[in-house]
Design a protein around this ligand. Sequence first.
Ligand code: FES
Length: 114
Amino acid sequence: MADVTFTSPKMAKDLTVYATAGDCHTLLSVAKAHKVPIEFECENGECGSCSIQVVVMADTPMAIHLTEKEKTVLRFSGKISKQQIEDAEVRDMPPPWRLACQYIVRDEDILVRL
Ligand code: FES
């Protein structure tokens, strides 16, 4: 189980939900299931509308996997740099921005800023 805490000025208060690792749910699907007001359009990693900031609460984050679409969209929008992609993939350093429709929730507590 992972605690996923959503925070946003659009929400009256923060919301923490418990996601089951291994179900391969995207962060977007978890947000939608709990009626978190997250923006989205394509749900396919192409539009960038679901960009969110993710803070991994663990001292030692798990290995990071960014999809090719996610890398392209976040780089094009200026939200992450080439160096941050390399840091994520080689050094397991979480990048500051992710796409909710591409991020698979794992057994790792995270804070999500909309
Ligand atoms: Fe379009 Fe996520 S909804 S990139």
